[in-house]
Design a binder for this molecule. Sequence first.
Ligand SMILES: C[S@@+](CC[C@H](N)C(=O)[O-])C[C@H]1O[C@@H](n2cnc3c(N)ncnc32)[C@H](O)[C@@H]1O
Length: 238
Amino acid sequence: MVMANSSINSVLHQGSMLPHEFPLASLQRPASFHSFSSTWAITNGALHVSPKRWNCSASSCCFRFRECRCRWKRIVRSCSTSEFVISNDENYSNKQVVSLTPRLYDYVLKNVREPEILRQLRQETASMRGSQMQVSPDQAQLLAMLVQILGAERCIEVGVYTGYSSLAIALVLPESGHLVACERDAKSLDVAKKYYQLAGVSHKVDVKLGLAMDSLESLILNGEAGRYLDFQHHNDMI
Ligand SMILES: C[S@@+](CC[C@H](N)C(=O)[O-])C[C@H]1O[C@@H](n2cnc3c(N)ncnc32)[C@H](O)[C@@H]1O
C-alpha cells in the first residue's frame, strides 16, 4: 500500500464509538491518503467486497460495529466454500478476487509477526469481558505498518480497551512520538497502562481516562486543532 502524502506525520485511529457530532475535522490536517476503511474491509473478511457494495465508511463501521460483524458473518458464510468471488463491480473489471476464506485467514494469523509483548497482552485479555472488541494481530500489524509508512509522530486512539492496538502503535512510534490514548473504562485502561510500562513505551503514551469527546475537546482547547489526520474521513486512495 502506498500513501499519497509522505509528509503526513500524524494519524488518528478511531477504534470506537464517538458521537457523530464530534468535530473530528478540527483535529485533522487535510491530506490525501489511503482510507482506513480498507483496514476494516480487509480485516472483517471482506477483501472481495467492493468498497461501494460494502457501503460502510470506516466511521460508520465503528458506530455500527455490531451490524458490520453480522454482515461479516454472512459474507464469510457465503464465501467459505469458494476460493474466489467474481466481483460484478465494474471498478474491478469483473476480475476474480481471492476471498478471505477461514483457511486463508488461518494462514494470515499464523504468519503475522506479532511481538511477544502483544501476544502476552492478547492472552491476558482473552479471558476478560469484551475481549472480542480487541483488534486482531493482523489488524494491529496493519495499523503499525500504516504508522510507519506515514512516518506518523502524533496519534490519537479513541477506544483503547486493554491497549492492544495502541501498544502496537506505540511500539513503532519514534522515541519522540506521541499517542493520545482515550478510554472511558478505568479497569481496562489499567491493563493497558501495565503493558505500556512492560513494553517500555509509557513515555510515548498520554493516557486520557474519560469520555473521548471531552479528551478531544481538551486537545483542541490546548491548541492541538489541525495537527492530526483522520484515517477515516479522507477517502483519497491511490
Ligand atoms: C472496540 S474497543 C477498542 C479495542 C482496542 N482498540 C483494542 O485493540 O483492544 C472500544 C473501547 O472504546 C471504549 N469507549 C467506547 N465509547 C467511548 C467513549 N465515548 N469515550 C472513551 N472510550 C470509549 C470502550 O470502553 C471500549 O474499551
